[in-house]
Design a protein. Structure first.
Length: 444
């Protein structure tokens, strides 16, 4: 009964737990495009063409079904607006600003079509081919699986071999060339296990959360990511934990961190000083506006300066953007708008590509979970739902510094789908006249 019902036992493939989870993993990988930020990108891209062929066909048929048969839409179908408008917007604005062929800009934003995968997942959840338990297991597999894979990459691969790829960057303070993998599901697990620790008092969960946070801090070393995760957890504690317990937890965590850093300082003091400098240099830029002396931070400042100078001569770009420049339009030389990667400068990159008006359209997607949450009563304290809800705070905060919200929109859409799917269950139970005190047992 319902999309949260746990299906016990092993059924004939692909209806077994393993089979369905594996199918979901593939769907999520293509919807989020997380493999484009890994060394597997060259193996992934040929299959993406088949994915787009399938997903665009399904999306068109599903739209006909919605408008001609069901004759109704709800909040999740706002993604049709983004899927249709944003690639065209990027192509048209690049034509107006730099006289680039419209199809070049449109093609460079084809990743918007990939988020149509959430319509396939929503349909399969409603038909109960998948359950929410399957969706959760797929995300857990992706979180732990990507962590293991990324650690192996750090151990056995040289980042210099992938200098032409977007998942390698340079930072002198972080040790030179570094991998910049997609850590969406690792960050999610750090939030999820914290929720389990607080809501279900599972002592093991806080250690599992710590493992994921340790990866983000010591290996990934993404400052904006780490700050966004910590801010998300802080908001969670502020709203879900009484202040006495929160103080005890923060004091314990703080003491553990001090002990770990103290031991590390006794063994590798230079590395600990580097970790400290990473955040102090960022604070220097944020609070003073001066260069920090760190190459990666100063490069972002230079890119922002190039954009601001460009918009002085093209002020309408603040409102409508300058579109997306394809690789075919790239020019050699320094200090041109073509050399600025929008994904590197966060919200300014979104404004650069789509302007303030287009960026507002993108950020309006957060109204989808806001409306869906109004329907969720029986499962408002369910850990998976709560973790997905608070993780959207991470998605929002990280979008201010990184361009994932518009360069990798599927990552946010997947977690919005989780909340929307809980709404589907609540509506189904309401139609059946089930009491609000009734919840269905599940294994996660």
């Amino acid at each position: 009964m319902g999309i949260l019902t746990y299906e016990k036992g092993i059924y004939k493939e692909p209806m077994s737990v393993f089979g369905k989870t594996l199918i979901l993993v593939v769907f999520i990988l293509f919807t989020t495009r997380i493999l484009t930020r890994t060394p597997l990108v060259d193996y992934y891209m040929p299959f993406e063409i088949m994915w787009y062929t399938f997903i665009i066909s399904f999306t068109f048929i599903y739209a006909l079904y919605l408008f001609l048969v069901r004759k109704t839409v709800d909040e999740i179908h706002y993604y049709y607006v983004l899927i249709i408008i944003m690639p065209i917007w990027a192509g048209v604005m690049a034509k107006l600003s730099e006289d680039q062929a419209i199809m070049v800009g449109l093609s460079s934003q084809r990743h918007w079509y990939g988020i149509s995968g959430i319509f396939v997942l929503a349909y399969l959840l409603q038909t109960r081919f998948f359950t929410m338990g399957d969706l959760f297991r797929a995300m857990k597999w992706l979180g732990w699986g990507t962590m293991v894979y990324f650690i192996l990459c750090y151990m056995f691969l040289d980042p210099k071999q992938y200098l032409d790829y977007s998942f390698v960057g340079y930072s002198d303070i972080k040790g030179g060339y570094r991998f910049k993998f997609g850590i969406d599901f690792i960050a999610f697990l750090s939030v999820y296990y914290t929720v389990r620790y607080i809501k279900q008092k599972e002592s093991s969960a806080i250690w599992l959360s710590g493992i994921n946070l340790s990866y983000l801090f010591f290996l990934h070393q993404g400052r904006s990511v780490m700050i966004s995760v910590v801010a998300t957890l802080f908001v969670f504690y502020m709203f879900e934990v009484n202040w006495q317990r929160a103080v005890r937890i923060f004091a314990t965590i703080g003491a553990v961190i001090l002990v770990i850093m103290g031991v590390m300082y006794a063994i590798i003091p230079d590395r600990v000083n580097d970790y400290i400098y990473q955040y102090t240099s960022l604070a220097t830029v944020v609070f003073t506006g001066n260069v920090s002396g760190e190459s990666s931070v100063d490069a972002r400042l230079e890119e922002i300066a190039i954009l601001l100078l460009y918009l002085q001569d093209y002020p309408i770009g603040w409102w409508i953007g300058i579109g997306k420049m394809g690789s075919e339009s790239a020019v050699t030389g320094d200090h041109t708008i073509h050399t600025v990667p929008p994904g590197d400068i966060g919200i300014l990159g979104s404004i650069m590509t789509y302007g303030i008006l287009g960026s507002l359209l993108i950020y309006l997607q957060f109204l989808i979970p806001y409306r869906s949450l109004k329907f969720i009563r029986r499962y408002k304290d369910e850990p998976f739902k709560m973790a997905a809800t608070y993780f959207l705070i991470f998605c929002f905060l990280s979008s201010l510094a990184k361009g994932y919200l518009f360069m990798q929109p599927g990552s946010t859409a997947i977690f919005i789908l989780v909340i929307y799917s809980y709404k589907l269950l609540e509506v189904q139970m309401d139609k059946q006249g089930l009491p609000e005190t009734l919840t269905l047992k599940n294994s996660f």
